[in-house]
Design a protein. Structure first.
Length: 439
């Protein structure tokens, strides 16, 4: 592990021999994830250098955004709550979402209290570390050594234990930025608990590795877990960090999947996406106060970690776009064994498998009759077909016939592609996604 000293704000003291030995041992550890993907600080130093700094005056972050931004958050959350209330009145709210109303009303109250505060946007927390990058160049992790030492005395714990957790947390930001696809900025309330989770998983793994620093890693894990759990009592952005402790305690056994999935999609997420907003307001500005709410938050996180490839409010547009996606990704031939002619000389064809799914008169081989819905010819098994535009797909979402057709379509996708994709009907939207691990 290599590091340099902040020339402008050098720390009072660099690493002690004991600190350096522990951090070197943590930096050498390789945490294997999915296939060839792994986390190791020494490997990440190929592009992300480490700087030790003593700077304390400006090394802080606000717990709440500026007044204009917090006003937008209040408007956003009020809109989400009103949408849920409409569903309650229509008795159209799914059971797993009923807890959202309670937690979001609590969050709205906290945001309004922050809005009324004369210090809105000024309440801050001292940083112990920071990850900085400039469009993939000049990537660096900064450890605020003096601040870490002061915080360690308050816990109290050996400085090296807290320093190890902060080092891991910041390098997980680097890992997430460089490992996946996409280039969007990380979403704070999603990324911070995942960085905390990763740091705990590595300390746990080092503690059971038999390495020279295993005993120290075990002690560091105990302190780090308590330090992160304390954030569950915070108000503001820090509250979301505390979810990392929940992830470790309840979902440690699936860390390869969770860490790899997040790394792959973290820079594809949009702040304005419905699922992202729902997850954010589960953890911000207050932590969920009950285990069943933590479980809802985890389900929201799982949904975020899937890659959405088709999203439509119209059934026929959804089906059309799914076929376009299958066409663009050379997956149409999988349907060839299931194309059937229902009757002799019938110009329409069905997709079916006895006992599993049946979409009658779903395809045709002539684009002139009747109107077709496909974006172009579909080459399946060497033959040319067109997706038939059936009036039944245009019916309202709550009709029995519509549900039957969509049910059969979902059964077809699940059967033919063997769980490769996930289709959900949620809030009057049809969503096709896939898990980056199994794709």
């Amino acid at each position: 592990m290599q590091y340099s000293i902040d020339e402008k704000y050098p720390p009072i003291q660099e690493f002690t021999p004991s600190e350096e030995a522990f951090l070197q041992g943590v930096a050498e550890y390789v945490l294997f994830l999915d296939k060839s993907l792994f986390f190791q600080i020494n490997d990440l130093q190929r592009h992300t250098k480490l700087i030790l700094s003593g700077e304390t005056e400006t090394a802080c972050r606000s717990e709440f955004p500026n007044p204009d931004e917090i006003n937008k958050e209040i408007e956003e959350l009020e809109k989400m709550i009103n949408e849920l209330l409409d569903k309650v009145q229509r008795e159209d709210l799914q059971e797993e979402n009923r807890g959202l109303l309670e937690i979001w009303e609590r969050q709205l109250k906290e945001l309004k209290e922050a809005q009324r505060s004369v210090n809105v946007g000024e309440k801050s927390t001292k940083l112990l570390g920071r990850y900085k990058h400039n469009n993939s160049s000049d990537s660096k992790v900064i450890l605020y050594v003096d601040a870490i030492e002061k915080r360690a005395k308050k816990i109290p714990c050996d400085t090296k234990f807290l320093m190890g957790q902060v080092l891991l947390h910041e390098y997980f930001h680097s890992f997430y930025y460089h490992a996946g696809v996409g280039s969007r900025m990380a979403i704070k309330c999603v990324e911070e608990p995942m960085a905390e989770y990763g740091s705990l998983v590595v300390l746990d793994s080092v503690a059971s590795s038999g390495s020279a620093v295993a005993q120290d890693a075990d002690k560091a894990l105990t302190y780090a877990l308590g330090f992160i759990k304390d954030k569950q009592t915070c108000t503001g952005f820090s509250a979301a960090y505390g979810f990392g402790a929940y992830l470790y305690e309840k979902h440690k056994n699936v860390f390869p999947q969770l860490l790899a999935r997040y790394a792959n999609v973290s820079r594809l997420m949009e702040k304005c996406e419905k699922e992202t907003r729902e997850y954010k307001y589960m953890l911000y500005p207050k932590y969920p106060y009950a285990p069943w709410l933590e479980n809802i938050a985890f389900k929201k996180l799982e949904a975020l970690l899937k890659v959405v490839v088709v999203r439509e409010s119209s059934a026929i547009r959804f089906v059309r776009e799914v076929f376009k996606y299958l066409k663009d990704n050379d997956l149409l031939d999988c349907l060839a064994p299931f194309i059937r002619t229902q009757e002799k000389d019938n110009k329409y064809l069905s997709l079916s498998q006895d006992g599993f799914f049946c979409l009658r008169n779903f395809l045709c081989d002539n684009p002139t009759s009747p109107p077709v819905a496909s974006p172009g010819p579909l080459i399946i098994g060497g033959n040319t077909y067109y997706l038939r535009s059936s009036w039944g797909w245009s019916e309202r979402i709550n009709t029995t016939r519509h549900h039957h057709q969509m049910d059969e379509f979902i059964k077809m996708i699940n059967y033919v592609y063997r769980g490769q994709f996930d289709i959900q009907i949620a809030d009057d939207e049809y969503i096709l996604s896939y898990d980056v691990i199994n794709h």
